[in-house]
Design a protein around this ligand. Structure first.
Ligand code: TYM
Length: 342
């Protein structure tokens, strides 16, 4: 099967589970904005059904969903150019996920590192939804026949599983129906690390708020977190090899490169030889310049809840217009009798 038979279409999602951070921004959201091009259909989703695979307080979930929508728009996604919506409002995601639950194998799910990490030692007590999570993710993507999925590095395995599900479905039913999606994991910051420990991913669940820059942080907080970020005593190298075994230095240089739309080589050519005492204020200034306008726009938009709900509602309608016929065709392929009149 060729991938070119499908019209290029971008889909990606972020969980509305609070603490949208710099890793989400550089690994995903900023790249969603970059892919918003006139010749490309772009669909971006707040995946609230995924969020409830672990407990969410209902009021906080609603707040986080609207805040994430505000973050999408403040970062540069334009509801007239991209489809923005929350997952639960397009029931085709959950419906296709059921079909995929019957395609995917238990062994595939058991191999997922995110399942192992999140369920931890107490797998018996984890929700069934957490286990089936990647099958819903495959449905998110494939109910739009999406061909390209921009994500951070930690989602790579889930996207491989999405490809496996598409391949097995097509094979089992003897069709060329679902595209074999391309993961788009690009740029200098596909894995932003904690500011306190360069061996750990920056994460919304890290108990230390100093480990991450939140997209809601104000300018002073952003600058303070960068000033206090863990580093080593050496000067910055002029070439990338010099960052080997220096995870904290590497992380700050990656962040600088991604925020300034440069390659790591370009950054090192300019800052090689500088001490962190000089580099950190440069990074703080850049981060404040790029992030503070987003956080203040998010705060402004959060004052316009009705407008956010209107944008989400319109987005869901547009998304459904694409998803419903694809689900209908899937049902026909699988052999579900349609009893609808007319
Ligand atoms: P989530 O909500 O955990 O993260 C959203 C996006 O942010 C990226 N990301 C990072 N990138 C770089 N460095 C980091 N430290 C970092 N932390 C998070 C993630 O890779 C992701 O791209 N399963 C997904 C949501 C999802 C989805 C989808 C994505 C559901 N359905 C369909 C793509 C397509 C997740 O939990 O992302």
């Amino acid at each position: 099967m060729t991938e070119t038979q499908f019209t290029p279409r971008v889909f990606s999602g972020i969980q509305p589970s609070g603490n949208l951070h710099l890793g989400n921004y550089l690994g995903a959201l900023k790249r969603f904005v970059d892919m918003q091009q006139p010749d490309m259909e772009t669909i971006y989703c707040m995946v609230d059904l995924h969020a409830i695979t672990v407990w969410q307080d209902p009021k906080e979930l609603a707040h986080s969903t609207r805040e994430l929508c505000a973050g999408f728009i403040a970062a540069g996604l334009d509801p007239d150019k991209s489809i923005l919506f929350n997952q639960s409002q397009v029931p085709e995601h959950a419906q296709l996920a059921w079909i995929f639950n019957c395609v995917a194998r238990m062994g595939w799910m058991q191999r997922m590192t995110q399942w192992k990490d999140k369920a931890g030692k107490n797998q018996q007590n984890a929700s069934l939804g957490l286990f089936a999570y990647p099958s819903l993710m495959a449905a998110d993507i494939l109910t739009y026949h999406a061909t390209h999925v921009p994500v951070g590095d930690d989602q790579k395995q889930h996207l491989e599983l999405t490809r496996d599900i598409a391949i097995k479905f097509n094979h089992d039913y003897g069709v060329d129906f679902f595209p074999i999606t391309e993961p788009v994991i690009e740029g200098a910051a596909t894995r932003v690390m904690s500011l306190r420990d360069g061996s750990k991913k920056m994460s919304k669940s890290d108990p230390s708020d100093m480990s991450r820059i939140n997209m809601t942080d104000d300018a002073d907080t952003i600058a303070k977190k960068i000033r206090k970020a863990k580093t080593d005593p050496d000067a910055l190298p002029s070439e990338i090899d010099g960052l080997e075994d220096r995870p904290e230095a590497r992380n700050l240089v990656n962040i600088y490169a991604a925020l300034s739309d440069q390659t790591v080589d370009q950054v090192l050519a300019a800052v090689g030889g500088k001490q962190f005492g000089e580099f950190k204020p440069m990074l703080a200034e850049l981060a404040v310049e790029k992030l503070a306008p987003i956080s203040s726009e998010m705060a402004r938009l959060m004052g316009e809840e009705a407008e956010i709900d209107r944008i989400l509602g319109k987005g869901a309608e547009k998304a459904r217009a694409i998803a419903a016929p694809i689900l209908q065709q899937t049902y026909e392929i699988v052999g579900m009798v349609s009893s609808k009149q007319g």
